[in-house]
Design a protein around this ligand. Structure first.
Ligand code: GLY
Ligand code: MN
Ligand code: MN
Length: 369
């Protein structure tokens, strides 16, 4: 897309002659490829994209995905698709890039194998890091991108609202995760945006837990962290529940996490560094008896990837928030051996503050066993 190619170059301090993206084999696909080339379907393993300062984009496609690629290019006069067979990529790259060009690469995503191959394909070229331009361009979303995340978030939010009706004693974490994913696809998701986290009891105290056959028991805390893909864009939502007899400590933990999220949202607006928003949530938890039990950053950028680059709301983010950034806001408190609570929402930064993209209720939910 012309405007996106131009945005990448505009965000590069030193302009290379071209920016080249190269995909390896799934999951080593550079998602910036799909930022520049808005093709709805296909993996594009082994494909390259060559972007130029005037907004033009050349992409290579294997015959396997030529139909999708050509259809997408038909809607975009600045994109040219080159269908290449096995073993023809080097020739295509040499045709598309002048021998002694300065070539910007996405150092954060390019495999080492590709880098070595490129130095052989273009022995007289100079290779420079263009990852900062890609990163900065992707951090602020345009309205069409926000609408895709909003659509994904609508699906995630609907399923989050339905989780209480899916909770039954004896049901396993894996069964619940499967049901959530099935419902997201029924609502139009093209899959899950990352491996669904469902943790019962002590497992809910592990932020990146992977579900297993553990069965739900009365008295368990529950953390469900999941998301939908929609037209290649992700949402990321977490809701925490309690199954069966009320646990006064976990209710108080939930209240504290909710207060931390509200404090962060109050601080969240353009111009504020990501670390200050984190600090607002951290201060609430540090003032409670659970000081030290908030063990991760408050949030991350969201887009084509669920962890969409290095922006966000973490203690190491000095960059100020900008209108159009989409971030998660996800404080949590984790009590090892007992349980955890995390509340995660997706918001877009607006002129006056933020707007929720996720819409599921955030209050404490005790589900009768
Ligand atoms: N799903 C992992 C996270 O919330 O960042
Ligand atoms: Mn999450
Ligand atoms: Mn997240």
């Amino acid at each position: 897309m012309k405007s996106r190619v131009e945005k990448v170059f505009a965000n590069l301090p030193a302009k290379p002659d071209v920016v080249l993206l190269a995909n390896s084999v799934d999951p080593h696909i550079d998602l910036s490829f799909f930022y520049l080339f808005d093709v709805p379907s296909g993996l594009f393993e082994g494909s390259v994209a060559v972007a130029r300062p005037d907004g033009a984009l050349d992409v290579t496609s294997s015959p396997l995905e030529a139909e999708s690629a050509e259809l997408a290019a038909k809607h975009d006069p600045h994109v040219a698709v080159h269908v290449v067979g096995r073993g023809e990529t080097a020739q295509a790259v040499q045709k598309l890039i002048p021998a002694s060009a300065t070539v910007g690469l996405n150092f954060r995503e390019l495999t080492h194998d590709w880098y070595v191959k490129l130095t052989e394909m273009l022995p007289n070229a100079k290779f420079v890091d263009a990852s900062i331009g890609l990163q900065r361009a992707r951090l602020t979303k345009e309205p069409a991108e926000i609408e895709r995340i909003r659509a994904a978030a609508k699906i995630g939010s609907k399923v989050a609202t339905e989780i209480p009706s899916m909770l039954k004693a004896g049901r396993s974490e894996l069964e619940l995760a499967a049901e959530m994913e099935y419902r997201m696809n029924q609502l139009g998701a093209s899959g899950r945006s990352f491996a669904t986290i469902v943790g019962f009891g002590p497992h809910s105290a592990e932020p990146h837990y992977q579900p297993d056959k553990t069965k739900l028991r009365p008295g368990d805390s529950i953390v469900c962290d999941f998301g939908a893909w929609h037209r290649r864009y992700a949402c990321d939502i977490t809701r925490s529940f309690h199954f069966g007899p009320r646990d006064p400590e976990m209710k108080a933990v939930h209240d504290c996490v909710e207060a931390a999220q509200n404090a962060a949202l109050t601080a969240l607006r353009p111009g504020v560094p990501g670390k200050e928003v984190h600090a607002a949530a951290q201060a609430v938890i540090d003032a409670s008896r659970w000081k030290g039990r908030f063990t991760h950053g408050l949030g991350h950028s969201l887009g084509l990837a669920v962890h969409d680059g290095s922006g966000g709301l973490a203690p190491n983010v000095d960059d100020p928030l900008e209108v159009g950034m989409v971030v998660t806001v996800e404080p949590g408190i984790y009590l090892p051996g007992k349980g955890g609570v995390r509340i995660e929402d997706d918001v877009v930064v607006t002129k006056t503050g933020y707007e929720f993209l996720t819409t599921a209720p955030r209050g404490y939910l005790e589900v009768p066993a």
